[in-house]
Every structure is written in structure tokens, then in C-alpha cells.
Design a binder for this molecule. Structure first.
Ligand SMILES: Cc1ncc(COP(=O)(O)O)c(C=O)c1O
Length: 395
């Protein structure tokens, strides 16, 4: 099946002989399950019998969502987690169990991911170092020097939208015995399936495009066959699982995700081209533009004509106050901290996603104080452009 069909069918409509089949998976709120004999639950615990015992381990609502996302990502198995951050934490921890405790990370990452490495993993003895993931020679040299257990990157980076060569980095990771973890939140499985390119774990904040309506906090970890059991085993102990209501909402969201995302991709192309010629705009970051530094990688790894739906841009000569004023002038575009929703959203990285990165480090990474990040929604493109134009116009 193709992605539009998988999105509406995978995971749902389990057949149990003699029982009616609900068209969507019900929300299973039970914390635990029992059987007509204790022997059965003994066998479920021993994994000799398929079934559910305790919802921290497994639950039919979670299982349905996990099967759906595994189908979308081409994964051996997936785990639905309470947030994108908990997906990152459990994936890195599981991958490092039997590897050298060092993470080689892309220097362009979501701010909280950097904090996770520096403030959560480092105090427990896992060191980290950072590299320009779009420079393969630099990645190879860093692997040689650091001997990392995990290599961590985003398929499209936050907020400057760089696109790394997942397949080539996977080759380097495999040769070094490292686990390549790709945060696929921005590209989504509609554009890139990291496991098919050789990565070992692909994860996403399900809060974003997958659920898509701004009403869920969730994450998902999709694994190859070697990493699924370690992730699952750790989850049974840690318990960072997604609740059944959020599983339902995420599944409901995913049914229209490929449709929404197509429209968002198209709208983003129009927004990027429009901003490129706008006199109040100094620079535009979008993988679909001719001057984008990873244009070749994008053409090689992403489907033709689709570049994701994030567009970042710098407002000409704007200081913080001018950027604040731009946000305050927005009438339709929602100035809230997230992305991937049906509505267009604007975020100011310097005070939100990358707030805790020291200003000098932010500047070194190219995240300037006049940078705005847009998550383009499904609205009529003329309304999106009109709102940007009026907010960019000098008062
Ligand atoms: C690329 C990326 N990864 C992970 C996360 C964390 O996701 P969550 O907020 O669901 O924990 C975010 C959040 O914005 C993100 O942008």
C-alpha cells in the first residue's frame, strides 16, 4: 500500500472471530487486563501467549498506533511515547546500553535536544560532541576521533533546515559499530524514511505533523530489528508511554497527515518564493530554493518537488524589538511554540526553541536575532501571504 492508504488503514480494524469489528481502534483505558485463568496471564507475561497484561508494557490503543507508524516508517517495530523528548531519551539510552557512552550529534539540532545531551546525559557519564553533519569528511573524522556509540541528527534540521546525507552517514555509522538515530520530525515519513536509508532508529515528535492539530503531546520511536527489543525492554521499566487518549488522537490525525502535508509542502514553496523577493526580508532558508546549500542532497533523498513545510527567514535590519513587533502584528498566523499543525505558526527561535543556547553559540550556528521560523499550514495561500505582508510592512 502507498502512504495515503496506509495512513487510513494500518493498525486499525483488528479481526477477532465472532466479534464486531470497530472501524477505528477504541480508546482502551484499562490499566491492566486479566484472563479466565491465571495460567493465561502467566503465559502472557512469559511472552508465550500474545496478549495484554499491564498498560505500561502494552495496550491495544498504543499497539494500533505503533503498528501504523511502523508501516509508515518501514520499521520493524515502534514505541509510542509521552513526548518527542521522551522518544529521544529512550532511544539514546537504549542504543548506548552496550556501546561506548559518547554521542556524536549534529551541531544543528532542536535546542532541548542539546540540553538533553548536556544536562541529562552528561551528568550520568555520557559525553557528547557536535559536528557539521552536512560535511561528510568532518563526520568521518569525528567518528574516528570520538568513537561514538550513537550518532544523532535531524533529517531536516531545526531551525535552519539543513539536510544531511542519512544514507552516507549510516554507512559510516555501521562501519564504526555506532547506532544512527534520526529525528524525523520535520521531514516526516512522507518525505524520508531513515530506516530505509540505513539508519537504526527513526523518531519523531508526534506532537507535530503526525497528530497535526495542536492537541497532542507525543512521540514515537521506530526501530530496526536489532534495536526494537532494547527500546521496548527499557520502556517497560521507565514507563514513558503515550496515554490511550493521545494514541487515539494521533491515529486520527495520521489518517489525514499525508493529505495535509502535501498541501503544507505546496504552500511552503509559495511562501519561500514570496519571501525571497520581499524587500523586508534579508535571507530565506528553505530546502527547495536554488541557493540552499544542501540542494543536491535534497534532490537525491526527498521526493521531487517536496521540501517539507518549514520556512525560516531573517527580517532585514530587525533587532529583537522589531521582531517582537512583527509577531504582534500577525493577524491569522499563530505566534505559538510548536509546528506541524493545520494552522500556520510563527516562532522566534532566539526566545523559544533555541532560548537556552548561549547567544554567542547561537550566532555561531547561524541562528541570528532576526530569524523567524514559520511552520506553514493548510490555509489558503493568499491569506498566508497577505498576513505575512501586512506584518512585514513598516508601521
Ligand atoms: C525536531 C524536534 N525534535 C523533538 C522535539 C520535541 O518534541 P516534544 O515537544 O513533543 O517533546 C521538537 C519540539 O519542538 C522538535 O522540533
Amino acid at each position: 500500500m502507498k502512504i495515503h492508504s496506509k495512513a487510513v488503514h494500518s493498525g486499525d480494524r483488528k479481526r477477532i472471530p465472532g466479534r464486531p469489528i470497530p472501524v477505528t481502534t477504541p480508546i482502551h483505558t484499562a490499566a491492566s487486563f486479566f484472563y479466565d485463568s491465571l495460567e493465561s496471564i502467566d503465559k502472557v507475561f512469559a511472552k508465550e501467549l500474545e496478549g495484554y497484561a499491564y498498560s505500561r508494557y502494552d495496550n491495544p490503543s498504543n499497539a494500533a498506533l505503533e503498528e501504523l507508524v511502523s508501516d509508515l516508517e518501514g520499521a520493524h517495530g515502534s514505541l509510542a511515547t509521552a513526548s518527542g523528548m521522551s522518544a529521544l531519551q529512550i532511544a539514546i539510552t537504549a542504543a548506548l546500553v552496550d556501546r561506548r557512552k559518547h554521542v556524536l550529534a549534529a551541531n544543528a539540532l532542536y535546542g532541548a535536544t542539546v540540553k538533553l545531551l548536556e544536562q541529562v546525559f552528561e551528568p550520568f557519564g555520557t559525553t557528547s560532541s557536535f559536528v557539521d553533519i552536512t560535511n561528510l569528511d568532518a563526520v568521518a573524522a569525528a567518528i574516528e576521533n570520538e568513537k561514538p556509540g550513537v550518532i544523532l541528527m535531524e533529517s531536516i534540521s531545526n531551525p535552519l533546515l539543513r539536510v544531511g546525507q542519512i544514507d552516507r552517514i549510516a554507512e559510516l555509522a555501521n562501519a564504526a559499530g555506532a547506532c544512527l538515530i534520526v529525528d524525523n520530525t520535520f521531514a516526516t515519513p512522507a518525505l524520508v524514511r531513515p530506516l530505509e536509508l540505513g539508519a537504526h532508529i527513526s523518531l519523531s515528535s508526534a506532537t507535530k505533523y503526525l497528530s497535526g492539530h495542536g492537541d497532542v503531546i507525543g512521540g514515537i520511536v521506530s526501530c530496526d530489528s536489532a534495536h526494537f527489543e532494547p527500546v521496548r525492554a527499557l520502556s517497560r521499566i521507565y514507563g514513558p508511554i503515550l496515554g490511550p487518549f493521545e494514541c487515539y488522537l494521533t491515529m486520527r490525525g495520521i489518517k489525514t497527515f499525508p493529505l495535509r502535508f502535501e498541501r503544507q509542502n505546496q504552500n511552503a514553496i509559495h511562501v519561500a518564493r514570496h519571501l525571497l523577493t520581499h524587500p523586508a526580508v534579508e535571507a530565506v532558508y528553505f530546502p527547495g530554493l536554488d541557493h540552499h546549500p544542501d540542494r543536491e542532497t535534497t534532490a537525491r533523498l526527498l521526493p521531487a518537488g517536496q521540501f517539507g513545510a518549514m520556512v525560516s527567514f531573517e527580517i532585514r535590519d530587525a533587532d529583537r524589538q522589531a521582531v517582537f513587533a512583527f509577531f504582534d502584528r500577525l493577524r491569522m498566523i499563530v505566534p505559538a511554540t510548536s509546528l506541524g499543525d493545520v494552522h500556520t505558526m510563527a516562532l522566534y527561535p532566539a526566545i523559544a526553541s533555541h532560548r537556552d543556547i548561549p547567544p554567542r553559540q547561537r550566532a555561531r550556528l547561524g541562528i541570528h536575532d532576526n530569524l523567524v521560523r514559520l511552520s506553514v499550514g493548510i490555509e489558503d495561500i493568499s491569506d498566508i501571504l497577505a498576513d505575512l505582508d501586512q506584518a512585514l510592512a513598516a508601521p
